[in-house]
Design a protein around this ligand. Structure first.
Ligand code: NDP
Length: 481
């Protein structure tokens, strides 16, 4: 059985404890590889390696950092098929999605930040003719990056790329649920000539490895993506140590559909924004609000399309649109929310059940795309993050009403608005409490834009200069002329 190894000080090594966790393939439910069950001792060696590498890496000319990062991007790209298959087996998403979405995006992250650092500049503030201020932006030192299981390599590289581009050395932990592509990345980093210690990947559980990273006094900044509860725990430990924190947390995003929208375009995108990646994307629109005159038409067309198109099955099969749920625990959690929705008075319009596909995936964790109506906007199903293939439909009559419902959760990550009325689109965008608004589209991403949420969806922004600013310290120098 394949053994995943830690990547510390440029070497692929076993965890100090020599213990491993079974890593299942969610499409079969069977353990297919072993993930290091690392602990604080491995984090300690990773921090020591990162500290030792920092002086040289932070003084490496940015063109050389760019060359190495571009090489890493090229090597991932030339191994696209291997990476895509590994991601699909580890995570459960359809292979076409790994191939066309997830892995190409990891390549873009490395290339984007690897080259962005060549253009990164800082400010100067002249004070008339008697003084000038200029701002230095220097790397922080050793930083921690902790990422979740839903978009494994995509979100892992989204953090480590700006961190190393800016001259930091990194101790990173991918989710223990999906460690495989981070392991493949460590092999690529060695091949690309990334100096030892610049990136260290410690595999294992959040409660052991993640918390050791968070609490380590030599790690001066933490970039975390994951659940809101885990974010709270990280903030509780890191804030009194005055670490820089970037927290990208949960969401319960509204998808607001007005009767004047371009119906066909909206319908196609709404199927995607509801169920892509089995609904396991923090940006999915899980609460769909439909203006009442359109409600019945939308409901019928949406359900027909979901039933006809979203084939659930073997993620390696090209016809599959909905793959496996990432883990048994998560599978049970999603099903428990469907039960809760029924208890809360919800009417399941389609889906609602676990699926046992024929053949090799018969013991995998699959759930039908599920559409529910008849729930109040403030019930638990409509307030708590489910993070699976489950959406609710709610009619609305006025802008005021839908704004109230859209803004009623503790979350504020993203929102989608469908209308051909430009004035209304602007008005709504300004009033929705979220960090990201899409108008007549969804998941259209420009890596230069600020990315992140408000309220319990997080603190700080990733993307573009925001990420490079997060991973550097600003120092103002004032010279009297
Ligand atoms: P978790 O919060 O459970 O885990 C995220 C990462 O943190 C994992 O690597 C996990 O390790 C680790 N971790 C767990 N406990 C601790 C701890 N005490 N200290 C430090 N690290 C810890 O999230 P999931 O992996 O379940 O991911 C799903 C969540 O991520 C959803 O809430 C989703 O909305 C959110 N998310 C947010 C995004 C955003 O951009 N805002 C994007 C994508 C997802 P382990 O795997 O071992 O538990």
């Amino acid at each position: 059985m394949q053994k995943i190894l830690n990547y510390i000080n440029g070497q692929l090594i076993e965890p100090v404890s020599k213990s491993y966790l079974g890593n299942p393939d969610p499409s079969t439910g069977e353990v297919y590889s072993l993930c290091p069950d690392s602990d604080a001792a491995d984090v300690e060696s990773a921090v020591a390696a990162a500290k030792a590498a920092f002086n040289q890496w932070s003084n490496t000319p940015s063109e050389k950092r760019t060359r190495i990062m571009t090489r890493i991007a090229e090597l991932i790209e030339s191994n696209l098929d291997t990476f895509a298959k590994a991601e699909t087996i580890d995570q459960g998403k359809p292979l076409w999605l790994s191939k066309n979405g997830e892995i190409p995006r990891a390549v873009s992250n490395m290339r984007f930040f690897g080259t962005a650092i060549e253009h990164f500049a800082s400010e100067a503030h002249p004070m008339g003719d008697h003084a000038i201020n200029y701002t230095l932006r220097t790397p922080i030192g050793v930083v921690g990056c902790i990422s979740p299981w839903n978009l494994p390599l995509y979100l892992f590289t989204w953090k480590i790329a700006p961190a190393i581009a800016a001259g930091n050395c990194v101790v990173a932990k991918p989710s223990e649920v999906t460690p495989m592509t981070a392991f493949l990345l460590s092999e690529i980093c060695i091949e690309a000539g990334l100096p030892a210690g610049v990136l260290n990947i410690v595999h294992g559980l959040g409660v052991k490895v993640g918390s050791a990273i968070t609490a380590h006094p030599e790690i001066k900044a933490i970039s975390f993506t994951g659940g809101t509860k885990t974010g709270e725990e990280i903030a509780r430990i890191a804030a009194p140590m005055f670490k820089k924190l970037s927290l990208e947390l949960g969401g319960k995003n509204p998808n607001i559909i007005f009767a004047d929208c371009d119906f066909e375009k909206m319908l196609d995108e709404t199927v995607r924004s509801s169920f892509l990646n089995q609904g396991e994307i923090c940006l999915c629109g899980s609460r769909i609000f439909i203006e009442r005159p359109l409600y019945e038409k939308f409901k019928i067309a949406f359900i027909n399309k979901v039933k006809a198109e979203l084939i659930v099955g073997d993620p390696l099969d090209a016809a599959t649109k909905t793959g496996a749920i990432v883990s048994k625990i998560h599978f049970e959690k999603v099903l428990s929310y469907i039960e809760l929705a029924k208890q809360e008075g919800g009417n399941v319009l389609c889906g609602g059940n676990a699926v046992k596909p024929e053949g090799r995936c018969n013991k995998g964790w699959f759930i039908e795309p599920t559409v529910i109506e008849g729930l109040s906007y403030n019930c638990r199903t409509n307030q708590e993050e489910i993070f699976g293939p489950v959406v609710t439909l709610t009619p609305f009559d006025t802008e005021e009403e839908v704004l109230m419902m859209a803004n009623s959760t503790q979350y504020g990550l993203a929102s989608t608005i469908w209308t051909e009325n430009l004035t209304r689109a602007h008005r709504m965008a300004a009033q929705i409490k979220a960090g990201i608004i899409w108008i007549n589209c969804w998941l259209l991403r420009d890596l230069r834009t600020p990315f992140g949420g408000v309220k319990s969806s997080g603190v700080g922004r990733e993307g573009g200069w925001e990420a490079l600013r997060f991973f550097t310290e600003a120092k103002n120098v004032c010279i009297k002329l």
